[in-house]
Structure formats: C-alpha cells, structure tokens
Design a binder for this molecule. Structure first.
Ligand code: 5GP
Ligand code: MN
Length: 317
C-alpha cells in the first residue's frame, strides 16, 4: 500500500499545501490529491490552501474550493505538502504544517530538505504529479484527477520538451490520455495561451535582454514600475525565462523581476552544463538541475554579478 493511502487511512481531516506563487505542477498536484481523496476517501475532510493560482488553471476541478488564506482554527490530522522543497516555500501556510498531527511530503526537487514525517522524494521524476501517479491506484484515478496530473506534467516538462521527460513520464501521460481528458485544450489554454499584456512583457524582456560570458549567458529583468505600467504580476511571468534560454548559443538564462524595492525573484534555466540548482541553493533557494530559483536583495548590477560569478565557475569547470 502506498504511503499516501496509509497516511489517509486513519485520517479525519487533511490539509494540502504547495509552494508560494504556485505553478502548474503545484496547482495540479494539490488538486489531484484533492480529487483523489474526495473520490476514494470521502470520509476525509480535505482542504487545499494555496496562494491564489493563475486563472488559467480554473478548469481544474476543485479550483474554486482552494482557500487562499489560513482557515481559522484549522488543525488537520494530516498535512500533505506538495512540490515544495523546503518549509519556507509553504509561505503563510507553514503554521498549518506545524499544527498538524503528522505530515507527508511528496516532491521531486533535488534540494528537498525532507521536512515531512514521511517523505516521498523522486528527484528524477519530471514533476510532483508524476510522483503522485505512483502513489495512486491507476483504476481509482478519475478523469478530474487525471486532468490535474496531466496539467502538472505538461507544465513541468514544457509540454514534454525538457530533459526531465522520461519514458516513464510519457507512459504515464499516455495512461492519463486513456482517462478521456481533453489534452489539446489543456495544453493550449493553460500552457501556450497568453494574454495581450503577458505577450507585451515577454517582448519587453526579450528586447532588453543582455548576452554575456561570450554569449553563453543571457539576462533580463522586469522592474516593478514596468510591471505596474503593464498591470502584470508574478502570475504573468510563466515562460519568459524559457524563451530567453532558447536563444541560440545560450547555456544559461537568468530572469529577474522586482518583488519589492531592491528585492528580486530570480529564475535560472540551463541547457546542458550548468547545475542551476547549485547556484540557486548557494543564494538560499533551490530547484532542479536545469530549472531553479531564489530571491536576492540589492542593486540589479550586484545581483547579476553575484549570480554570474557562480555560473562562470561552473562554465569553467
Ligand atoms: P521558477 O524559476 O519557475 O520560479 O522555479 C524553477 C524551479 O525552482 C521550481 O521547481 C521551483 O519550485 C524552484 N524554486 C524557485 N524559487 C525557489 C526558491 O526561492 N526556493 C526554492 N527552494 N526553490 C525555488
Ligand atoms: Mn514541480
């Protein structure tokens, strides 16, 4: 029996948490567990708590049930933490983990700190949704759960493009298609579709990007005043750093946006050589070998200099 089933067996109340600024794999994995538990353990009272996810994920069943603030007095028997490499990534919802009777952490980040009572960690898995597939009985996965799992896999693999895609990933995706999901619409609407302003800031980030390290690195930044001008938020940044990485000759891409004055959210991507999880971890963040992130403070010039020093070390190795 999987750790998920064992954990749910003697549980009356469960809370599901993901990381701050949730991406497709985070929303997909949280709602996959929500739907699976509703279907298979109807006696369990389950609550999903997340920062408000982007509207493009609103087709997922349970999206409108997501609690975006800490529910008063909620003390769950079981806390399931998904797609979050460390406790701090749970943001405002961390107290729900601390208050819970026991915890189960399911993740695929190589930098995961094993902060759950039980941990299911698969750094080679494409996505947390892929790890979850292994914890669920195939015949118990409903179409609604399949839509969630498929969304997570699609987003974390860049529609099966990134190097984290494996034979197993494709086999699972195939089985999810067998559940009758509308995969074309999921990919078109949640991954490729952009609003007008999202395309505008993508264009702006590309236009203002700078190549360095003999064209092996590329960097771009969006300042708060520009984000305010276009009326965009952190939810509108998906895909920018990947577009930067696709530049011919580039090994490593850095994209920053300003969260507060001189506080930057850093996204790092690489193609073949640089282990960006090491770079992000050095600055207090984490992630995967080819996709990682952290938050850094100071002047842009200094932030980029500090990052490029760490990246250059690896390029020289
Ligand atoms: P993104 O650049 O899309 O925000 O994140 C890339 C990957 O790095 C994701 O898997 C994400 O969970 C992880 N990541 C991003 N920012 C942080 C951070 O500040 N801390 C940690 N531990 N992981 C992060
Ligand atoms: Mn993920």
């Amino acid at each position: 029996m999987s750790l998920l089933r064992t954990a749910l067996e003697h549980t009356k109340t469960a809370v599901v948490l993901g990381h701050m600024n949730p991406d497709g794999d985070c929303v997909g994995s949280c709602l996959a567990v929500y739907n699976y538990v509703r279907d298979c353990f109807p006696q369990v009272e389950i609550t999903v708590c997340l920062d408000r996810p982007a509207e493009k994920f609103s087709y997922l069943n349970g999206f409108d049930q997501i609690r975006t603030e800490v529910p008063e007095g909620l003390q769950a028997d079981l806390c399931i933490c998904l797609d979050s490499g460390d406790r701090d990534r749970l943001g405002d919802f961390l107290p729900l983990l601390e208050r819970a009777g026991k915890s189960l952490c399911v993740d695929h980040h190589i930098t995961n700190t094993r902060y759950g009572d039980e941990n299911v960690l698969e750094p080679d898995a494409s996505s947390t949704c892929e790890v979850l597939w292994g914890l669920m009985e195939e015949e118990q996965i409903s179409k609604a759960t399949a839509e969630c799992l498929y969304t997570g896999i699609v987003h974390d693999t860049g529609v099966f493009q990134y190097s984290n895609t494996s034979v197993k990933t494709m086999e699972i995706a195939g089985k999810l298609l067998g559940k009758g999901i509308d995969f074309s619409t999921i990919i078109a609407d949640s991954f490729y579709r952009k609003t007008y302003v999202q395309n505008q800031i993508l264009g702006r980030a590309l236009l203002e990007s700078i190549l360095f390290c003999d064209g092996q690195c590329i960097f771009s930044v969006l300042r708060k005043k520009d984000m305010d001008f276009y009326g965009v938020t952190n939810k509108d940044m998906d895909g920018i750093v990947e577009q930067l990485r696709s530049t011919d000759g580039v090994e490593c891409a850095i994209f920053l946006y300003e969260k507060e004055f001189q506080e930057y959210k850093v996204s790092l991507r690489s193609k073949k050589k640089v282990d960006v999880s090491r770079v992000a971890a050095y600055f207090g963040g984490g992630g995967h070998v080819r996709a990682a992130g952290c938050t850094m403070n100071g002047r842009i010039h200094d932030v980029v200099n500090n990052l490029s020093t760490q990246i250059a070390k690896q390029l020289e190795e």
